[in-house]
Design a protein around this ligand. Structure first.
Ligand code: NAP
Length: 246
């Protein structure tokens, strides 16, 4: 029997990350995920992956803390011995207009979204290099491409992920490691549930498809980018936004 492939998805206790991990689990991968909050019911989460036929490693680790990232990836290698696909998904928002944004809110968003992507990727890539095979997919956002009032910290972090992705795609292509990003529009998760119904209605009016996306619609594209079906795609940013940016 062929050995199962292994995917690492950061910040996958809920929302888009969880849906991505479930998509991989359904398709025969073993999964390793992390989270940060104490609210996560690890046993319940583990059962959801087991029900899909996958083994799951679930670790509490903050992506912005290098020691915790090292421990997380060490645990993945100890359990599975390899990493085939990395999905840099963990992310937060701390929205505020520039003039009222606190320095700590700018720093926190950059640390988790952008530096976290750097720390996890740096830790994983040596294992991909060793076997001359790997796929890295990072979650950017439409606002990383277009900017958005009230999100200068978040937009900067997501624009940074695009530059990061394009750079490592060039560095790693000769080692048969591909790096791509996806830029979701407005997706129905806890991150957007904080918006009022009125704001959501206004957002929907600006989306040509007139609705928010689902986490599954992001997971499908991320899965494609981690598969051999996308074997000649690297350094790209795929918008998944119902036509918002085109
Ligand atoms: P979400 O529902 O808020 O979930 C965020 C996930 O990230 C949770 O699993 C959370 O873990 C984890 N996380 C947060 N900080 C972390 C840290 N320091 N270390 C490790 N894990 C951490 O968010 P989402 O909507 O699914 O978004 C997922 C990704 O897509 C993010 O990068 C986001 O920026 C991007 N995105 C989302 C949208 C959207 O409309 N939803 C649009 C564009 C891009 P806990 O459960 O432990 O807190």
């Amino acid at each position: 029997m062929e050995e199962k492939k292994v995917v690492v998805v950061t910040g996958a206790s809920r929302g888009i990350g969880k849906e991505i991990a479930l998509k991989y689990a359904e398709n025969g991968y073993n999964v390793a995920i992390n989270y940060v909050s104490d609210k996560t019911n690890v046993e319940e989460l583990e059962k959801e992956f087991k029900d899909k036929g996958a083994e799951a490693l679930i670790v509490k680790a903050d992506v912005s803390k290098s020691e915790q990232v090292q421990e997380f990836i060490k645990a993945v290698i100890e359990k599975y011995g390899k990493i085939d696909v990395l999905v840099n998904n963990a992310g937060i928002t701390r929205d505020m207009l520039l003039m009222r944004m606190k320095e700590e809110d700018f720093d926190k968003v950059i640390e988790i979204n952008l530096k976290g992507t750097f720390l996890v990727t740096k830790e994983v890539v040596p294992y991909m290099m060793k076997k001359r095979d790997g796929k890295i997919i990072s979650l950017s956002s439409v606002v990383g491409v277009t900017g958005n009032a009230g999100q200068c910290n978040y937009s900067a972090s997501k624009a940074g992920i695009i530059g990061f992705t394009k750079s490592i795609a060039k560095e790693l292509a000769s080692r048969n490691i591909r790096a791509n990003a996806v830029a979701p529009g407005f997706i129905d998760t806890d991150m957007t549930n904080v918006l009022s119904d009125e704001v959501k209605e206004n957002i929907n009016k600006q989306i040509p498809m007139r609705r928010m996306g689902t986490a599954r619609e992001i997971a499908n594209v991320v899965y494609f980018l981690g598969s051999e079906e996308s074997s000649y795609i690297t350094g790209q940013v795929i918008n998944i936004d119902g036509g918002m940016v085109c």
